[in-house]
Design a protein around this ligand. Structure first.
Ligand code: DGL
Length: 277
């Protein structure tokens, strides 16, 4: 049965809210359902299989809620779970539904920002180890050199509201320097984790003047807009009531207190028990 419902937006925790914010700004008429798997975040250091299992459970929940389309607004889940879900699971569990990620739309465009041909990617350990950005960017821009740096401390610092602390400065300086040690002529740095837009200015301040720092929200929003235009069979099943609802697998109080930093507006969440997933 092909249900109609909101567009699902998923992240391991809060980061996907930076993507949802830009999507809602670009496509305000649709209904959106957000799920942050805060009880099991961060996903960045977890194994492929664990990220895949957690993400699949959450995707099934979105489908039960009637979402015809789910966006994995999490680079780690996009890197480690998306392909298997699209190729192995979707044909069995919901062949008429779609699941999209954030890596491909970003890879499609990132090469256009660089003049030196050297692009840096800052991301979680999981995304870096998957090499998804290197592989995807090379499909669209074979001449671009991609340099990656894993920043394992950044998500915990941001999630604990420590992004303006001396400790955060230490780790942001350390990881940006390590990236530039790989190649000093990097002129474009992609924030390949949906948490990082919160520290975009700080990251820029540790990079040489003139280096472009690119976050994904608007890129993903433009790509979703194109996708909906090109896929009327999905678009007509996305309901249009201009609503946004939020779920978290952890404390709603914590989520509501913290989420507005990422979403830029107050959020009132409901709880989803992971035992029920
Ligand atoms: N926001 C997620 C991403 O884009 C990662 C956060 C986490 O490690 O759970 O990769």
């Amino acid at each position: 049965m092909s249900l109609s419902g909101p567009i699902g937006v998923f992240d391991s925790g809060y980061g996907g809210l930076t993507i949802l914010k830009d999507i809602v700004h670009r496509l305000p008429d649709y209904d959106y359902l957000y799920l942050g798997d805060n009880a099991r975040s961060p996903y960045g250091p977890r194994s492929f299989d664990t990220v895949y299992q957690y993400t699949l459970q959450c995707v099934k929940w979105f489908f039960e809620k009637g979402c015809p389309l789910v966006i994995l607004a999490c680079n780690t889940a996009s890197a480690k779970a998306l392909r298997t879900i699209q190729q192995n699971d979707l044909p069995n569990i919901a062949p008429s539904n779609r699941v999209l990620g954030v890596i491909r739309p970003t890879a499609e465009i990132i090469g256009k920002y660089s003049k030196t041909g050297n692009v840096g990617v800052l991301a979680t350990k999981g995304t870096v180890l998957s090499k998804s950005y290197v592989l995807e960017i090379h499909k669209f821009f074979p001449e671009i050199h991609v340099f990656q740096e894993a920043c394992p401390m950044w998500v915990p610092l941001i999630e604990n509201n420590e992004q303006n602390s001396v400790g955060a400065d230490f780790f942001i300086k350390k990881n940006t320097e390590e990236l530039l040690t790989q190649e000093k002529n990097i002129d474009t740095v992609l924030l390949g984790c949906t948490h990082y837009p919160l520290i975009k200015d700080k990251i820029s301040s540790f990079l040489p003047a003139g280096v472009k720092v690119i976050s994904q929200g608007n890129i993903v929003a433009d790509s979703l807009s194109d996708y909906l235009c090109n896929h009327p069979e999905i678009e007509t099943r996305c309901t249009k009531g201009s609503s946004q609802s939020f779920y978290t697998t952890d404390s709603t109080e914590d989520f509501d207190n913290h989420a507005s930093h990422f979403y830029g507006a107050p959020v009132q969440s409901k709880h989803l028990d992971i035992v029920k997933l």
